[in-house]
Design a protein around this ligand. Structure first.
Ligand SMILES: [Zn+2]
Length: 458
């Protein structure tokens, strides 16, 4: 699989143009260099080289002493220079690997290149368009190309690989890797083989897939299509295919029967790069804890269940929040529960200190879980401490049996049907009774109240 990722930089790969945002007016982030005007000289973007090297290091790649850029020549209206600056035989890094669900996926290379512009066809479909427009805002935007060896065996594995790659890129800060913004695009090469055979069949390449869901579906579709062809006695044609989201199928784009000749040659305007070993070692030392190591630590140090590790380990901010709250003295399992159930779905993070305080207020019985949920929301919005907020709202938890008994009796009187249902064996009727009880007295200790209801109904 080839994955193109836009490294996190402010400017383009070989000029000072800003990266811009999706939806900016067309051709507003362009200059002589990225328009391909004659007489200009490209200058490599150091931040892009750094992001590429960090990615390579995080993937365990070897980084050769010398690397160079090459011209890949072809004609297309979205490529004003008539060539793309890429890397051919001396890429920035080679021979890495990424562990995905306990399996090692080998990485062949990670190199740098530039993106092309965008064509907008009036009427959407090329063959039906009466006019086409060219937007060169993306021309010259840096791209890392991450190429794996043919180690992925299914649509599931391909999707998991792409997700793991995104987690890694975000963790090390090399890219936002947001697929919906075109910052990460997957191009799986797909071939099938007879059971027991070690020879890979003819492959097709799927272009520019921009969601994990589409990646999964496109591969499933393509495997099935190839299978049907072979079973009908036909052959698979080596070609590039696109994925139609609307029709949920792949379609032929261009045949690779006559392999393209890109006439690669060294970019004469950029001298080969000699990568400073000291710089590379600095980058290596500066890498944060990588996702696989982090997940192993969450299991080893805190015995968190797989489900919690999957959520917390996939996001550096959540993992840092977890570590911070535990360091502040809150019990690990409860912190994990709050992060997985409340913080992660809301996407809004409290400070580690405040989360720790909240968890402690609940676990020592000072406030109920329902109250704590409200306190959390308010704490995230205002930044104030949970203890302050709870005190201000007069939140406390009532565990006193005599007080709660009066309440439980009132709830049973007010809900004769639910009470009768429960006595008749419908255990789920308890939910309605508890809901009414919590509405009347949010401060009631739910565990004690539940026991009282059971006793009174028994
Ligand atoms: Zn430019």
């Amino acid at each position: 699989m080839e994955v193109h990722v836009q490294p996190r930089t402010r400017s383009k790969m070989f000029c000072g143009c800003a990266i811009g945002e999706l939806g900016d007016a067309p051709n507003t982030h362009v200059c002589e260099v990225c328009l391909g005007l004659p007489g200009v000289l490209p200058v490599p973007n150091k931040a892009a080289v750094e992001a590429c090297l960090k990615t390579a290091l995080a993937l365990g790649c070897e980084i050769p002493r010398h690397t160079k850029f090459d011209r890949k020549n072809y004609m297309y209206p979205d490529l004003p220079k008539g060539y793309q600056i890429s890397q051919y035989d001396l890429p920035m890094s080679i021979n890495g690997h990424l562990d995905v669900g306990g399996r090692k996926v080998r990485i062949r290379r990670v190199h740098l290149e530039e993106d092309t512009g965008k064509l907008i066809h009036a009427g959407d479909k090329l063959h039906k368009a009466w006019e086409s427009y060219v937007d060169l805002n993306r021309a010259g935007v840096p791209l890392m190309e991450i190429v794996s060896e043919p180690d992925l065996r299914s649509a599931d594995e391909a999707r998991d690989y792409a997700i793991e790659l995104r987690t890694l890129l975000r963790t090390i800060g090399a890219s936002e890797a947001e697929m919906e913004k075109g910052q990460m695009r997957a191009e799986p090469n797909i071939s099938i083989r007879r059971e027991g055979s070690s020879e890979l069949g003819v492959k097709t390449e799927l272009k520019n897939i921009n969601s994990f869901r589409a990646l999964h579906r496109a591969i499933l579709f393509e495997v099935e299509r190839q299978k049907q062809l072979l079973e009908a006695g036909d052959t698979v044609v080596q070609e590039t295919r696109g994925w139609s989201e609307a029709e949920q199928r792949t379609f032929s784009q261009r045949s690779k029967e006559f392999a393209e000749d890109y006439r690669y040659f060294p970019e004469p305007d950029i001298p080969p790069l000699e990568l400073d070993r000291a710089w590379i070692e600095d980058l290596r030392r500066g890498l944060p804890e990588l996702p696989a190591v982090r997940r192993a630590r969450l299991v080893a140090d805190h015995s968190l269940p797989h489900r919690d590790v999957a959520v917390i380990g996939a996001d550096r901010e959540l993992a840092d929040l977890f570590d911070g709250a535990v360091a502040a003295g809150a019990p690990a399992k409860q912190v994990a529960n709050w992060i997985v159930a409340e913080v992660a779905p809301s996407g809004k993070l409290p400070s580690a200190q405040n989360l720790a305080e909240l968890v402690k207020l609940v676990s020592d019985g000072s406030i109920t879980r329902d109250q704590a949920r409200e306190v959390l929301v308010e704490s995230v919005e205002t930044g104030r401490t949970p203890a302050e907020i709870a005190a201000e709202h007069g939140h406390k938890q009532v565990s006193d049996e005599s007080e709660l008994r009066v309440l439980a009796e009132a709830v049973i009187d007010a809900n004769p049907k639910a009470a009768a249902d429960f006595r008749g064996g419908k255990k789920q009727a308890m939910q309605a009774l508890m809901a009414d009880l919590r509405k009347r007295a949010p401060q009631a200790n739910p565990k004690v109240a539940n026991e009282l209801l059971l006793k009174l109904l028994g």
